[in-house]
Design a protein around this ligand. Structure first.
Ligand code: NCD
Length: 391
């Protein structure tokens, strides 16, 4: 039994009475009940109402899970061997990962968030492109789960001496890793590796193709910020869509979760086939942001551009950079996201990015570790089931 079920049943007497006491829709409480977790931002209200109206003395400790429950408690048994593309996943896979991610978000604010879910397993981080947050986030996630973690510095490895991707794969395979996290500038490189190695491969960004773990952490961030209700949110993804693997993974995932999606950017930075992605396309911020609940900004990815896609950074900011004036076109109370790294003053102004009342950017980083713990845990669990170690 989860702590959320205990609190809802024991303190309030069930879902409906809890909804009445807390002034929330029953569907929200039902969501907490099924996920087994309650978003942190509600803990203090629950503690206050439980004390004042039910004479029940809770503390934040009551909101921590005692130990990691089995994956099946978070949804259905996870079967996927890899995490390469959002399109490989179905809705139940996503729901399991979101529930498990919420569990790890709770666990990560405990004094000792470590556990031993991946004890005895080896995680190799193989980054052929630079990364700060993604690589460190996987490293921390693997360590928190008790795995042995190796981060390969590709710049100093044999790859720079001319070894091919597949030679590297064969060498790494001989080390018998259980989980391989790969970032590469070529679209499809992680999928190719997955065919050649015997372990689970996680795509940490391949060229302009996909970045599935970023989309999953963005979905978990929204899940927390909007009380589990992503369906029906109007979300604008703005800027350099053409070169963005984050945009491609987010469009696939947010469409699956029922959000209403818009892409906003200059015609040169919106892919020709975007009208077939299940989104509405806009070329100006004023009409594109109208009525939006969430504004997701993207970096201008100059390193991927062959030629000039924008006249100048200054002009780009004037038309497409998010500042307070343009945010005013969105719904009042709209939240802002950015996967990082940010070009301040190019796609976003500092006063918007750094305002905790409207920006979810810090939460995205925090949620990243929890979501990567969920992904590693789910893949490892599926692996053990395939290897007959658990039923
Ligand atoms: C993104 C990436 O690498 O695709 N960043 C990230 O993973 N945090 C987006 C970007 O580089 O702009």
């Amino acid at each position: 039994m989860s702590y959320a079920v205990d609190i809802i049943d024991d303190v309030f007497g069930g879902i409906r009475p809890a909804a009445r006491a807390l002034g929330k829709p029953a569907s929200t409480i039902q969501g907490w009940y099924e996920a087994g977790t309650i978003p942190q931002k509600h803990w203090q209200d629950i503690i206050d109402i439980a004390r004042d109206e039910f004479d029940y003395h809770l503390s934040p400790d009551n909101f921590f899970p005692a130990e990691a429950p089995p994956i099946s408690a978070h949804g259905y048994p996870f079967q996927q061997p890899h995490c390469l593309s959002i399109n490989d996943y179905k809705r139940p896979d996503i729901d399991t990962l979101l529930n498990l991610g919420a569990h790890y978000l709770d666990l990560n604010v405990q004094k000792s968030p470590q556990n031993s879910v991946l004890a005895g397993k080896t995680l190799i981080n193989l980054f052929f492109e630079n990364s700060t947050r993604t690589e460190k986030s996987f490293e921390l996630a693997g360590k928190r789960l008790g795995a042995d973690v190796i981060s390969m510095q590709v710049a100093s490895s044999s790859v720079k001496k001319g070894e091919t991707l597949l030679d590297t794969a064969a060498t790494l395979n001989a080390m018998n890793p259980d989980l391989l996290v790969v970032r590469h500038s070529a679209s499809g490189a992680p999928a190719l590796l997955a065919q050649k190695v015997g372990c689970s491969v996680i795509n940490a960004g391949d060229g302009m193709h996909e970045h599935p773990t970023q989309a999953l952490l963005d979905a978990l961030t929204l899940h927390q910020a909007f009380d589990g209700e992503i369906g029906g949110l109007r979300i604008a993804i703005c800027g350099d869509i053409t070169h963005s693997r984050v945009a491609r993974s987010n469009v696939a995932l947010l469409n699956m979760l029922g959000a209403e999606l818009r892409l906003i950017g200059p015609p040169t930075l919106i892919p020709m086939d975007a009208d077939r992605w299940g989104v509405e396309v806009f070329h100006d911020m004023e009409s594109g942001l109208a009525g939006c609940d969430v504004v997701m900004m993207l970096r201008l990815q100059l390193e991927r551009m062959r030629g000039a896609f924008v006249p100048s950074k200054r002009e780009y900011f004037h038309y497409y950079g998010l500042d307070r004036a343009k945010l005013g076109f969105a719904k009042s109370g709209a939240m802002v996201m950015h996967p990082g790294p940010m070009n301040r003053g190019v796609e976003i102004s500092s006063d918007v990015a750094d305002d905790p009342n409207i920006s979810l950017i810090t939460q995205q980083v925090e949620t990243g570790v929890a979501m990567r713990m969920a992904i590693l845990h789910a893949l490892s669990d599926a692996q053990d089931r395939r290897r007959g170690r658990i039923s």
